[in-house]
Design a protein around this ligand. Structure first.
Ligand code: ADP
Length: 246
């Protein structure tokens, strides 16, 4: 692991990777990349590379797990053994189990589960390359994979973290900011601003949290725009693409 940087933000307000405090890393997405999944999405965000696959709705076995009035949404976050510098031991860990749980909950109020009583909708998020922010990257990919699978949802979900370095709030933490910063606050939200995931590591004041949430809101607006562009290029007509490009 590299050493703690002396300074995270220079005199021009630029971070170690040249971004401003409220700027997200470049993000690209591609939907429908897996032919055997019902829905899928490959997403790159900075140096993070994530693949999301959705299966279902389908009958849930064993039947005793079925919910009589709604579908069960299962979310599995997994980091590939080769996704970080030191090999990760394959199989679930405390960290991946926790991330799977909270990430699944980020879709709880969004997926219209009531249409598929007794069924299961499985979301698999595979991190192929990790560089800080993988849980948020996975949620952004999973949203598009769910849409790709035709699962009805109240809207899209976007996720982005905010943290604090050199006494300043910054969004979408890079690796040194994540490792050595004073706080890391990953957040997921719906298009109408409902927060569906909020975790916090480190220390922030109530004012900083409020300001950080607003910064994440702006970051998520950019992510929603990227997601919508991906939807248009997959499902839209040429005319609609031209309107978007104008
Ligand atoms: P997130 O990836 O959502 O930011 P963390 O804050 O737990 O989650 O992890 C930050 C980064 O630390 C990850 O993106 C990854 O680059 C690295 N990391 C996490 N777990 C491990 C691990 N077991 N071994 C090596 N690096 C890891």
């Amino acid at each position: 692991m590299s050493d703690k940087p002396v300074k995270f933000i220079d005199e021009n307000g630029l971070r170690l990777d040249g971004r401003r405090v409220d700027e997200i890393r470049p993000m690209t997405v591609e939907m429908g990349v897996l032919s055997r999944a019902d829905g899928s999405c490959y997403l790159e965000w900075g140096n993070n590379k994530v693949l999301a696959a959705v299966y279902g709705p389908r009958e849930l076995h064993p039947r005793r797990l079925q919910r009589p009035s709604e579908a069960l949404v299962r979310y599995r976050y997994n980091m590939a053994a080769f996704s970080v510098e030191d090999r990760i031991r394959p199989g679930p860990s405390r960290r991946s189990t926790e991330i799977s749980k909270v990430s699944g909950e980020a879709f709880e109020t969004v997926v219209m589960k009531q249409f598929y009583p007794g069924a299961v909708i499985d979301v698999f998020a595979e991190v192929l390359q990790a560089d800080a922010g993988t849980r948020t990257a996975a949620i952004n990919a999973a949203t598009l994979a769910l849409v790709d699978a035709g699962i009805p949802m109240k809207g899209l979900v976007a996720a982005c973290a905010v943290g604090k370095v050199d006494g300043q709030l910054v969004i979408d933490l890079n690796k040194p900011e994540d490792n050595y910063g004073d706080a890391d606050l990953p957040i997921a939200m719906t298009e109408d601003g409902e927060i569906t995931l909020l975790q916090m590591d480190g220390n922030l004041t109530a004012d900083e949290i409020a300001k950080g949430v607003e910064m994440v809101r702006k970051g998520c607006e950019q992510i929603f725009a990227i997601q919508k562009e991906a939807l248009l290029s997959k499902f839209g007509t040429t005319d609609e693409m031209e309107i978007l490009e104008e």
